[in-house]
Design a protein. Structure first.
Lengths: 246, 246
DNA sequence: CGCGGTTTTGACCGGCTTCAAAGGGAGTGG
DNA sequence: CCACTCCCTTTGAAGCCGGTCAAAACCGCG
């Protein structure tokens, strides 16, 4: 036999509580005095980008460090034949643009209109507070990337989509999740800032599969698609149970 | 079609005795005077572990920071039903054990007999040099995790295996690769430190698929399996062309 | 109301998983 | 030195999940 294209499948099964997958997007910003001060220093520049603007490209010479002030940025890599993998999605407070090699290791593109603070690496290296802050930011990315590796390597299509939807639900499906509020409907409106193609490239699926999974969830009453970019999780707990993490 | 919970993939038979691999291993160690000095300070402890020893477990309280001095360590996460994903493989000079939440986000297990320096987070936070060093280490992991996300999300089984094999070939298949040496056979012996199961869990495949791909490569004369853990890349360039990155 | 782009749906196919069994290979004991 | 066992690995056969290709439906928007 001979091997060619095609990703892996996975499975699902119920289990007990415990979770991870902290969506970058909805994390509370860290307050760090030295960092806050630096951000207002004259050397830092603030750039505004439209949605779909490219901040920097894979293999460009890495000159600056970027801090997301508002909006969302996706990082992706391309294979030679055009296959794309979105490797991370950044939100407020996240950093990108560091490089060891002198070249950016991936492309950064704005998902929404975004404000980005452009920093100078050399300044940061002076202060332990700033370095410690950067450290925490990098660590956050690493944990998110670990979660993402599990998703890409071991989850089924429906588990991936469910996990993706749960990113947008603050304080649920992560460590310390208290379950649904008492006496509440446990419903949530998710407003997507990504096209189906971008979601697919993030989840390691095709656009058709993402669409089919969403249609299936709708048919089963788990979600309601109020508009293409507005998805209501009718029952958050139910979506959470489909993520595969339990 | 209906996207219900399909049967689970992934091997992890629950047993703990199995393991090996490399990756970071072939990077030249960074020389950093402040870091070097710290490593010899009396506060740092040096631990020795046998192969398959668990350094720490997912969800344990994170107490220390570890630096790999020798040997190889794999980091993995488990899903509730036992599916396992190896998220990273660490070699000499790499760090692990940091945590933001106070809990380790994954399990660390020795692939080979390994020496590990146990550090104290608080000490590091004092010095800009040490922090800068940690920064570089984290950044290295992030770039590796980006590559891994591409592999898991977008590569076929044979591309994954080829990419895996190329990890062990120093200075080839990476930025600045000069191609084969002139007048040389362009052959390379790879000594695996991982079982097929561990490789599968790293590549997001099943053990059978890994085995089948290797057999297929052997049949086609791309590799020779001299022993189960010794694989000769008959033609490095040919393997490299199968990684999908071109 | 028409038009370009995205999204959804359908039909089919194939790569990888799954399940099952046979095949090594290293260590142990007769 | 061979028999035997335990594990890991390989091989085989069959089935399913998700990819591929193609076309219809939808959605803003001028």
């Amino acid at each position: 036999m001979s091997f060619d294209e095609g990703p892996a499948a996975g499975g699902f099964d119920g289990g007990r509580h415990r979770s991870r997958y902290a969506g970058t997007t909805l994390r509370a910003p860290v307050d760090d005095s030295a960092w806050t001060h630096y951000r207002t220093s004259p050397r830092a520049r603030l750039d505004r980008h439209d949605a779909h603007a490219v901040l920097f490209r894979e293999d460009d010479t890495a000159s600056h460090l970027y801090e997301v002030v508002s909006g969302q940025i996706m990082l992706y890599r391309l294979l030679g034949d055009g296959r794309r993998q979105v490797v991370d999605i950044l939100g407020e407070g996240d950093l990108c643009g560091h490089s060891l090699t002198g070249l950016y290791d991936c492309t950064a593109e704005a998902l929404t209109p975004a404000e980005v603070r452009v920093l100078d690496r050399r300044d940061i290296d002076q202060s332990t507070d700033l370095l410690a802050h950067v450290n925490r930011c990098l660590l956050t990315r690493i944990e998110a990337l670990h979660s993402h590796a599990v998703l890409l390597g071991r989850k089924s299509a429906s588990e991936r989509v469910a996990s993706f939807l749960m990113r947008f639900v603050r304080g649920r499906g992560i460590v310390g999740c208290k379950g649904p509020e008492r006496h509440s409907a446990d419903t949530e409106l998710v407003i997507l800032k990504m096209t189906r193609q971008e979601i697919a490239d993030f989840l390691g699926l095709t656009i058709e599969t993402v669409s089919r999974v969403l249609s299936d969830l709708k048919r089963r009453g788990v979600i309601a698609i109020e508009r293409n970019d507005r998805i209501r999780l009718v029952n958050v707990c139910r979506v959470c149970k489909m993520t595969g993490i339990h």
